[in-house]
Design a protein around this ligand. Sequence first.
Ligand SMILES: NC(=O)C1=CN([C@@H]2O[C@H](COP(=O)(O)OP(=O)(O)OC[C@H]3O[C@@H](n4cnc5c(N)ncnc54)[C@H](OP(=O)(O)O)[C@@H]3O)[C@@H](O)[C@H]2O)C=CC1
Ligand SMILES: N[C@@H](CC=O)C(=O)O
Ligand code: NA
Length: 461
Amino acid sequence: MGWAILPALCVLWLLTGAAFVGVKLGILGLGTVGTGTVQLLLDRTERHPLLQEIEILRVGVKSVEKPRDVQLPSGTLSSDLTSIVTDPKIDIVVELIGGLEPARSLILQAIDCGKHVVTANKAVISRFGDEILNAANKAGVYVMLEAAVGGGIPVVQPLKQSLSVNRIQAVTGIVNGTTNYILTKMQTQGSSFDDVLSDAQRLGYAEADPTADVDGWDAADKISILAAIAFGGRIKRDEVYCEGIRQVSQTDITYAEKLGFTIKLLAIAKREESSPLAVKVHPTLVPIDHPLASVSGVYNAVLVEGEPLGQVMFSGPGAGAGATSSAVSSDILNLVARIKSSPFNEKANGKNAKPQITCLDPLLASAHQDYCQIAPMSELVTRFYARFLTKDQSGVIGKLGTSFGNHGVSLESVVQTGFQQDLAEIVVVTHDVKEGNFEQALKEIRTLEAVDSIPSLLRVL
Ligand SMILES: NC(=O)C1=CN([C@@H]2O[C@H](COP(=O)(O)OP(=O)(O)OC[C@H]3O[C@@H](n4cnc5c(N)ncnc54)[C@H](OP(=O)(O)O)[C@@H]3O)[C@@H](O)[C@H]2O)C=CC1
Ligand SMILES: N[C@@H](CC=O)C(=O)O
Ligand code: NA
């Protein structure tokens, strides 16, 4: 069996004559994910035996006095995070504090001190990935980030390794657990947005500032990271189009259902032949028979389309302590395995001797340097769902049709079922249309005397 190789490795280490004393971790953050990770690493029964090689040496927090759900030896906790990332005894820094600063500076300091880094922080990687990954390559260390996308779902490593020979055409994902949880509860239980958001916060799914979830920024961070890996070029985060779920109403959910769709916050990275990449996040009407339509609650899913493989979908819990700590710990274990199978640093001796990774594995490190060109939204082609409130007059539908027709927008369906006070409600689904043309048609429609307002505009997959 797989474990049989371990005694052989131990013999190898003994033969080198050096006394290896395990891999030492400095963990930054003991909140939802930090606590889950410490609990998992300490509860080793029936898990991989390499866990026994790990020692949690120090843990950095904001408040040392705060009561904790894990017991650690006294002196382990510290609020001096700089002293952790520069501690010569520490081999791997696990960054689980979140946010941009001090996370960015601490990661860079750790790399500068020759430490490998594991992080769950998509915000910092999507914005400062260039700086961080270049520094890591220069220092000969790894930055592992499986937990940063899709929580517990293995998706970063599979894209980097198992799917690396494929030409990727599209990556389409539900990558934010909080918003998928909110949309699912609104859909299945008719719950209110605010109540469900509090639930998601209580369950540890939401970011410290849940605006990042609700307004789509977290999903945009994640699709930037996935697109960079899938399409082999870095992504400028501020070029990613991002729309959240605040405008999704119970009315739209009901109309979508009647039309055979469910509403999901999708993160999409797609290349049409040799044109620039589309990278975007927006609420989307997904046909009920599409594989992503049935992904509900805190579950995430990432659908990858490539050549020659075709479609493959990864799905599982996308947030929460258990799922995320599984991804963080598997990155740690991956590094432990690599450290332990590396030759000892010949310059060190005695009890300070440590195995040293001498050459980075190109399937694990980030090799690409160039930026992907991102297509402007106005050039992209999609279907739209639009809900209009109009005066209850004859011929309104005809006027809408004419304005759409004037700009080359053809309609797949038009329904008028309801009224809001004395205004008629008309819902339109278009065929594929260039976003720029659709915008022009809307501009004309807004000038129509019969049109009161356009309460919602959503894209359709
Ligand atoms: N929650 C989830 O489901 C998932 C989270 N992530 C990512 O994991 C990371 C951590 O998230 P989560 O565990 O939910 O966050 P929490 O807010 O629960 O925990 C943050 C921890 O970091 C510590 N911390 C924060 N800022 C500082 C600082 N300036 N100095 C020292 N310590 C600090 C806090 O200390 P103290 O305890 O003293 O306040 C706390 O222990 C984030 O990057 C998040 O995006 C990724 C996937 C899923
Ligand atoms: N807030 C995030 C946590 C995981 O990345 C989410 O809800 O998905
Ligand atoms: Na993951």
